[in-house]
Design a protein around this ligand. Structure first.
Ligand code: ZN
Ligand code: ZN
Length: 251
């Protein structure tokens, strides 16, 4: 076990001593034998299982369906589908109690939830991570001023936990959001794409990798992931995978 992992474990132990662990779903206190979430809260989640879209990883209604409606639309040649990420995976559908959890994770400094989500991600997708040959983990960046105001970037917090478990480096500064953008949820598909035009800058340090895992907390239409992937392609990084904690059910 390398130093980074050992240090991480000690830090976690110390953190648990100072702040009793709380459930990543309801934020209630956990009993010593409970790890990460309450058993009753696990039942309130909607894990992403069954037939999945081959591109974004959201559930599709029939096993013979290759792509969800969003991804099918993107496969239109006008969109330039070849510039996007190879494949994405998510843990939960963004519905029910996970929505409150994500809100606290994002806005209420509940960074400790990331440990549980990262552990679950490895449990569900370890084989996939290995097959993808991930060399580095890259969080979707937050605009600097916004990050300063909030104190942290939740995608980066999740990426750091995941990187420790996957034993790969995390490149938090590899890509920067160089201008503030309107929250994507307020825009339609076309506006989302325009909103993100030239919003990112990729540093030279990342170019040494060819297989990276982009990380975000929630995947909705995928326009952020697509735009970032297109930027990485420009720098010769062609094997881009995507992982999020939650994914919208789509249309
Ligand atoms: Zn709970
Ligand atoms: Zn899809």
């Amino acid at each position: 076990m390398d130093f980074r992992k050992k240090w991480h474990q000690w830090f976690r132990l110390l953190e648990d001593l100072c702040f009793p662990p709380r459930c990543a779903v309801c934020d209630g206190l956990l009993a010593p034998e409970e790890k990460g979430i309450h058993e009753k809260c696990r039942k309130k989640l909607y894990p992403v299982t069954g037939a999945l879209c081959m591109h974004c990883g959201r559930p599709v209604s029939r096993p013979e369906t290759e792509y969800c409606a969003d991804c099918s639309a993107k496969r239109d040649p006008k969109f330039g589908f070849s510039d996007t990420f190879v494949q994405g995976k998510a843990l939960y559908l963004y519905q029910g109690d996970i929505k409150k959890s994500m809100y606290r994770f994002k806005y209420s400094n509940k960074r400790e939830y990331a440990w549980y989500f990262a552990k679950e991600a490895v449990l569900c997708y370890e084989t996939w991570f290995r097959q993808c040959g991930i060399e580095a983990v890259v969080p979707v960046p937050m605009y600097r001023k916004k990050k300063r105001k909030r104190g942290y970037n939740q995608a980066e917090v999740f990426a750091r936990e995941l990187a420790v478990l996957l034993d790969v480096p995390v490149c938090a500064n590899a890509v920067q959001r160089i201008r503030d953008t309107v929250p994507q949820k307020e825009l339609n598909q076309k506006e989302r794409k325009n909103n993100l035009k030239n919003a990112f800058h990729i540093s030279k340090n990342i170019v040494k990798y060819s297989r990276i895992l982009l990380i975000d907390d929630i995947y909705t239409t995928g326009s952020t992931a697509d735009e970032l992937a297109a930027e990485f392609h420009k720098h010769g990084i062609n094997h881009i995978y995507f992982m999020s904690i939650c994914i919208g059910a789509g249309h």
